[in-house]
Design a protein around this ligand. Structure first.
Ligand SMILES: [Zn+2]
Length: 318
């Protein structure tokens, strides 16, 4: 087996949204520490991400969205030099500092680089330990700690630049990947499978999308891992097998862990290992094993680190 890639970049640590914000650089430290202590990191091929090209970001986002974020970032930098604040707010949960633009480019760039390396056959599969996360970022809007939709951009990139005809996105974050849905709904080249706590953030404005390429499994608070597994087996697997994706992208959020206070689902490390194995089974059957997984949520530092370890142990077979 070829190695599992581990993509990250120092810029992903420099983005921060203020003291006490749960989406903090320490999340990546916790993951790195865990991989070091357990030795799992030794089994991975570590690669430094490069920034996403604007032309590639435009596969998933409006040009205006990119320009607006760039403008906000430039203004913040100018204001700071004149003694202004460290952050500029986008919504009550989401703000930028002077490093956010670069971090967001690296996070999306990691997903793209991982796609290239997996498609080239250099890596069996890959995990992107990046922040900011992406799955709430819509075609035209940053929200919910997210600026660019790393997974949706990479999925569109695989279709546009590598000539794939069908790719799947699997999202197991506790929150609904509304941004990904906004970008991929109705695109028959992409099958999106997700479960998420409902009702919960990001409480949809208006109608749910009923596009046929979406397999949405809203579940109530306090649903446990065993029930999630049963739903995944019944609802995701037949659709994934019928679709026969040529590559799989994972929105790997770990905030459905039962120790994570940002959500109220009851998953544990073994559930993440099980989910990863099922994703891997589909990839083996249809996609030459090709998987690119990107970090989304996960805010209890210890549970996050243990869950990423479980995810990577299955991806890398260690
Ligand atoms: Zn989340």
């Amino acid at each position: 087996m070829k190695p599992t890639g581990y993509f990250t970049h120092k810029a992903c640590w420099r983005h921060e949204m203020g003291r006490g914000h749960p989406e903090c650089p320490e999340r990546l430290d916790a993951i790195e520490d865990r991989l070091l202590i357990t030795g799992v990191g030794d089994a991975l091929e570590r690669r430094e991400a490069t920034p996403a090209a604007l032309a590639d970001l435009e596969l998933g986002h409006d040009r205006m969205h990119l320009a607006a974020l760039r403008g906000l970032s430039d203004n913040l930098r100018d204001d700071r030099q004149a003694g202004g604040p460290d952050h500029a707010a986008i919504d009550p949960d989401t703000c930028i500092n002077e490093h956010t633009w670069d971090a967001a480019l690296m996070a999306a760039g990691a997903a793209i680089d991982a796609t290239d390396a997996v498609m080239a056959g250099e890596l069996e599969n890959a995990f992107c330990a990046v922040r900011p996360p992406g799955h709430h970022a819509t075609r035209s809007k940053a929200m919910g700690f997210c600026f660019f939709n790393n997974v949706a951009v990479a999925a569109k990139y695989a279709l546009a630049r590598h000539g794939l005809k069908r790719v799947a996105i699997v999202d197991f974050d506790v929150h609904h990947g509304n941004g990904t849905e906004d970008i991929v709904a109705g695109d028959e080249r992409i099958l999106m499978c997700s479960f998420y706590q409902h009702p919960f953030y990001p409480y949809p404005e208006g109608e749910w999308s009923h596009a046929p390429n979406l397999v949405n499994l809203p579940v109530p608070a306090y649903t446990r891992g065993m029930d999630i597994r049963e739903l995944v087996e019944m609802m995701w697997m037949p659709r994934l097998d019928a679709f026969k994706p040529q590559m799989l992208f994972v929105s790997a959020g770990f905030d459905a862990h039962r120790e994570d206070d940002l959500g109220q689902l009851g998953l544990v490390e073994q559930d993440y290992a099980w989910l990863t194995q099922r994703i891997k089974d589909v990839a083996r059957r249809h996609a030459k094993g090709r998987i690119v997984s990107c970090l989304e949520g996960g805010y209890h530092l210890s549970a996050l680190a243990r869950s990423v370890e479980a995810h990577l142990r299955v991806l890398a077979e260690v």
